[in-house]
Design a protein. Structure first.
Lengths: 340, 387
């Protein structure tokens, strides 16, 4: 029998190993930064990709790590967009304040609704999340005095970011702003999922009953991650509202929830970068196809998605496994080799 | 499948080849942003057909500039509209923008065009407030409840004194309800009941039953054009026509694009609108023939909005003598007046909004097809909300 101290050391080593920064991660960030200088004419679409990536990252936190399937994740995205938009229109027009405010409001709503996803199976969760998003969409549509109703929220005038960087027509500062937010949020998420807390979430996802038996309580963990995920989504929504200085009622529409789920399916869940990869592929594909064939691009994108899912069905789970296989195998061998 | 690289290389080569003659004529790009997919795709198809019809009838060169249309699909999503507008201006060097199928889509580009000083001509969205949001907007579709107000005047004159209004519950619907009600009361009519139905998945049956029970002289209706056929069907099913209740509406309900699909139940419906495909003028005959030939559809009011947007762009370019400065172009658009397929129209010099005749029409069968046949004209109607 191994002494508890040694097992603890092994576990710690394993955690820090899986937490190590990988080469492809660094490459991804270098490319993202280099794009500012190399692709000055593509900054707007890059901003869109970045925002979608943050949104997908937020869904990955609950889908990839806690196993909560959501069909209404855009509720938080839209709430954040409206919160940032209304704050900028009526009170404070500084973007970073708006970003934090939107995250706070969405987080509050996420906390309140997290109790709805505690119970029930996947199907129940699909329905409750979907329902919550529908409710919010109708509220936004009816409360025209606050949200502009079906016409959308216009008249948002933003002052420069932190009083220094103005949103320019080329979208350069908008992109840098969104990229910094993505970097910070990814870093926080990274620390979180590689912590013991993140591991306990994974245990919950894999087998809730068994993890309950070894003393992992589901309630508080799910409430916490759901709230955090709502904060992230709210910030993504705020970024959209700020970079476009407009909030359209479709931020709460069903197609956004579906889209972000699609992005995650393309990119893979459970390794944090699935959202980024998926957002890049999805947005570029859509943009390219809709320029080539403005009327029939949806047909092609549908076809490609079917092909993708049929060929890469295991993507959802295999991506992270492939990346982590080496580390996992090593740890497992080590554990197995220990004399008992 | 063509790889991206091959595609780019191919495109680059084609552009290089095409650029040789084009350079000589000095190309001017006009960005056309429309919903070409999604629930509002028919708007996009109609407007595009209108734009292309104008260019086919009037040539693609004006004041020494060769006009090139760059069509982009925003699928009816506002942030896409905004990004496409920004990209068209910054990357493609578009000097004018056009299109915008719905009010939020038009509102989303307001900050961009103001910052970039690029004029944008609205071909479809109708909410009153849009043109005030940027000094670079001009409009060739319709201004707010323009089409509803004359219907109110006509109804009172023709003995329809007690009316129920039924509108879709969203911005334009409420605009139109207010425009109609104000005028109707001023002329001495009485609104028996004002009904608002949800925009999504409307079921009119319970509302129509209520209307029937309150026994008005007529029911005034505004619903977005696609929903019109559903409404007509339920109107007939509920037997409101037999109960002696007349149907009066804005032209959206008897959209030219859908009228034949609605079929005979639409016969006799009285509507007010700015355009009918059966408008009797040489300009309209040429326009309808061209659209039918090129796009194989009957043009509706969206299409004529696109046609006149091009007409306005051409007129402005002629006036500036080919100068593409945005501020000069929008100045040149102010006060322009011409005879459109819909009849005489003017771009109000003060508001950049459209002033046009509104026609009262009745649905009749002409040569086996249903048309909105015009029988009365209310000339030079301005946006009732702007006064």
């Amino acid at each position: 029998m191994t002494a508890p101290v040694e097992t603890q050391k092994l576990a710690r080593d394993w955690i820090s190993r899986s937490n190590r920064v990988r080469l492809w991660e660094i490459a991804l960030w270098v490319i993202a930064v280099a794009a500012i200088f190399l692709l000055p004419s593509k900054l707007l679409i890059l901003t869109e990709i970045t925002i979608l990536a943050i949104f997908a990252l937020s869904l990955d936190l609950i889908l990839g790590y806690a196993g909560i399937v959501s069909l209404g994740h855009t509720a938080f995205f839209g709430l954040g967009a409206y919160a940032a938009g209304i704050l900028a229109r009526d009170y404070v027009s500084e973007p970073v304040t708006g970003l934090i405010f939107a995250g706070f409001i969405s987080g509050l709503f996420g906390f309140a609704t997290s109790f709805l996803v505690l119970r029930g199976s996947d199907l129940t969760r699909l329905m409750t999340t979907f329902g919550v998003a529908m409710l919010l969409a109708e509220v936004a549509n009816q409360a025209a005095w606050l949200t502009g109703g079906a016409d959308g929220l216009s008249g948002i005038m933003l002052t420069p970011i932190l009083g220094l960087f103005e949103f320019d027509l080329f979208g350069r500062n908008g992109y840098v702003y969104a990229l910094v937010v993505l970097a910070v949020l990814t870093f926080i998420a990274r620390r979180l999922v590689h912590s013991p807390y993140g591991l306990s979430l994974k245990a919950l996802k894999l087998n809730p009953r068994r993890s309950a038996m070894i003393g992992i309580s589901a309630t508080r963990r799910i409430v916490a991650i759901y709230t955090l995920s709502a904060v992230y989504a709210g910030m993504a929504g705020a970024l959209l509202a700020q970079t476009t200085s407009f909030v359209s009622p479709d931020v709460l529409a069903f197609h956004r929830s579906a889209e972000v789920l699609l992005v995650l399916v393309i990119g893979g869940t459970g390794y944090l970068y699935g959202g980024v990869v998926g957002a890049i592929i999805f947005t570029l594909l859509r943009d390219w196809l809709s320029v080539v064939t403005p009327q029939y691009w949806m047909f092609w994108i549908g076809l490609i998605l079917i092909a993708l899912v049929l060929i890469g069905r295991e993507r959802l789970t295999r991506w992270p496994a492939l990346l982590n296989r080496k580390a996992t195998t090593r740890a497992a061998t080590q554990l197995a080799e220990e004399p008992r | 499948m063509i790889s991206r690289r091959v595609f780019i290389a191919g495109t680059a080569a084609t552009t290089a080849l095409a650029a040789v003659p084009a350079m000589a004529a000095d190309v001017l790009k006009v960005g056309l942003i429309l919903p070409m997919t999604g629930p509002f795709a028919s708007t996009g198809r109609q407007v595009e057909a209108g734009v292309r019809a104008y260019m086919a009838l009037n040539g693609d060169t004006v004041a020494g500039k060769k006009i090139e249309i760059v069509l982009r699909d925003d699928a009816g999503t506002a942030d896409q509209t905004r990004r496409l507008a920004q990209e068209l201006i910054v990357n493609d060097g578009a000097k004018m923008l056009m299109g915008f199928g719905l009010t939020p889509l038009a509102l989303a580009v307001a900050p961009v065009i103001t910052q970039a000083k690029v004029p944008a001509i609205i071909t479809s969205a109708t909410t009153s407030s849009i043109v005030k949001q940027s000094p670079f907007y001009a409009r060739t579709s319709m201004a707010g409840p323009q089409s509803a107000v004359p219907v109110a005047t006509w109804a009172v004159k023709n003995g329809l004194k007690r009316v129920v209004t039924l509108v879709s519950d969203y911005g334009p619907g409420i605009d139109i309800e207010k425009g109609f009600t104000d005028q109707f009361k001023k002329d001495g009519g009485q609104i028996v009941e004002a009904v608002r139905v949800p925009l999504q998945n409307p079921d009119f049956a319970p509302f129509l039953q209520r209307v029937r029970d309150s026994k008005p002289d007529a029911i005034f209706v505004f619903v977005p054009s696609g929903v019109g056929s559903l409404f007509m069907k339920q109107f007939v099913d509920r037997g409101l026509a037999e109960a002696g209740i007349k149907l009066i509406a804005t032209g959206d309900v008897t959209d030219d694009d859908l009228l034949n699909a609605i079929g005979d139940p639409a016969l006799g419906v009285i509507t007010g609108h700015f355009y009918s495909a059966s408008h009797d003028s040489p300009e309209n005959k040429a326009f309808v023939a061209r659209v039918k030939k090129a796009a194989n559809i009957r043009p509706n009011f969206m299409s004529v909005g696109g046609f006149d947007a091009m007409a306005l762009a051409y007129a402005a370019l002629k006036k500036t003598n080919g100068d593409t400065d945005g501020t000069k172009l929008i100045e040149a658009m102010k006060g322009q007046s011409w005879v459109s397929p819909r009849g005489p129209i003017t771009i109000d010099a003060a508001t950049r909004d459209i002033i046009q005749d509104i026609y009262i029409r009745e649905v009749k069968k002409v040569d086996g097809e249903l048309y909105n046949v015009e029988f009365a004209t209310f000339p030079k109607i301005k946006d009732p909300n702007a006064q």
